[in-house]
Design a protein around this ligand. Structure first.
Ligand SMILES: [Zn+2]
Length: 367
């Protein structure tokens, strides 16, 4: 069965929702920035921060870039680190963060940098910045991307839409067709298809996007090969004591939607893969997608049971001493490609944007 987009109105409302979301976040960061500068509000004290990044590469704005929030420039990374160092933040390896947090006599404020998915630009553009400023960092590796056995659906979808004037794709048993001539139509198709992702059969979803890509003349695995570090490149990086590798599953699946057997297999096999590359057991893990719908109690406990000392989510927040109670459910702060402004980083470090973010509840033995 063929299903078209319902109306022109729904296309614009989808696009308007996307624009409104990013504008609202930016507006909030501007307001907090002004309020803290003019001392209308006091920043919340914190013990630490773990930053999330994905791509680090030169600005690609202007082209069709629905994943632009996942990409920051090396210049912005450098300015951010220099600002943090000038304010007394101490760089540490992620693995050491819980130890610093739990020491009651330690009054330092610590920062750790993490990069998810293992993109090749991490080596090309981020590594020189970290090396020059002597900053440790962790790359979370998805085993299936490195071994070229799993495609990256959001990258495949972006490049398929960029190369097409019309695509068809099967979602939940129905064939959907999209005109993708204009940039707006490409964004609408990207948002519509992405919105179908949460809770879906992820293997079928990825396969459907791969199939649509092939029909459009785009090779999903060639994208992975171009964008993601190879095993030998990761081995080379690992030699530097500034670099740590962490696990990030085999297929980048949303763990909360998978069976327990699959969850344990994804975590264990990806940890073995990473440990073999760096020649020592990996202690850290990042939950793919990392939000409340992608990782919760069962996943936090599984990670803990499998012996990881620290695991990170994408739940937003700074670190307090209480986070040592949940070292396998750490919040992070995203360096977002849409908000590359040092004022916004200062606003995030005030802790105010996270005041109303729900904390990860501590599960007791009786609960
Ligand atoms: Zn990821």
């Amino acid at each position: 069965m063929s299903v078209r987009m319902r109306s022109r109105y729904s296309q614009y409302s989808l696009q308007a929702r996307r624009a409104a979301k990013w504008l609202a976040i930016r507006g909030g960061l501007e307001a907090i920035s002004l309020a803290t500068i003019s001392r209308l509000v006091s920043p919340k004290s914190s013990k630490g921060v773990i930053f999330t990044m994905h791509h680090v590469r030169p600005d690609q704005s202007g082209s069709f870039a629905p994943n632009a929030h996942l990409s920051i420039t090396p210049e912005f990374l450098e300015k951010t680190i220099e600002m943090l160092l000038s304010r007394g933040w101490i760089p540490v390896h992620l693995d050491d963060m819980p130890r610093h947090l739990e020491d009651p006599d330690d009054n330092g404020r610590y920062m750790a940098f993490t990069l998810d998915d293992g993109y090749r630009d991490n080596q090309q553009f981020a590594y020189p910045v970290f090396k020059r400023l002597k900053i440790p960092f962790t790359i979370f590796v998805t085993a299936g991307f490195v071994s070229r056995t799993r495609s990256i659906w959001w990258e495949t979808l972006e490049q398929t839409l960029a190369a097409s004037t019309r695509i068809s794709i099967e979602l939940d048993g129905q064939e959907h067709e999209f005109n993708t001539v204009s940039k707006l139509e490409k964004y609408v198709a990207f948002d519509y298809i992405s919105d179908c992702f949460p809770g879906t059969d992820e293997d079928r979803f990825v396969a459907a996007i791969d199939e649509a890509a092939h029909r459009a003349g785009v090779d999903p695995m060639a994208i992975v090969d171009r964008e993601v570090l190879s095993e030998s490149e990761l081995r080379f990086l690992c030699v530097d004591p500034l670099v740590s590798l962490g696990a990030h599953t085999v297929t980048h699946i949303s763990l909360a939607h998978a069976s327990l057997d699959r969850v344990e297999d994804e975590i264990s096999r990806s940890a073995e893969f990473v440990s073999e590359i760096c020649g020592k057991p990996t202690e850290s893990f990042a939950f793919p997608y990392g939000g409340r719908r992608a990782a919760c109690h069962r996943e936090f406990e599984t990670i803990s049971d499998l012996g990881f000392s620290v695991a990170v989510t994408t739940r937003p927040g700074l670190l307090q001493r209480t986070h040592t109670l949940t070292p396998t459910a750490m919040p992070r702060v995203s360096l977002n490609g849409y908000h590359q402004n040092i004022r916004y980083v200062r606003a995030l470090l005030s802790g105010l944007p996270f005041l109303f973010a729900p904390a990860v509840p501590v599960k007791t033995s009786s609960s």
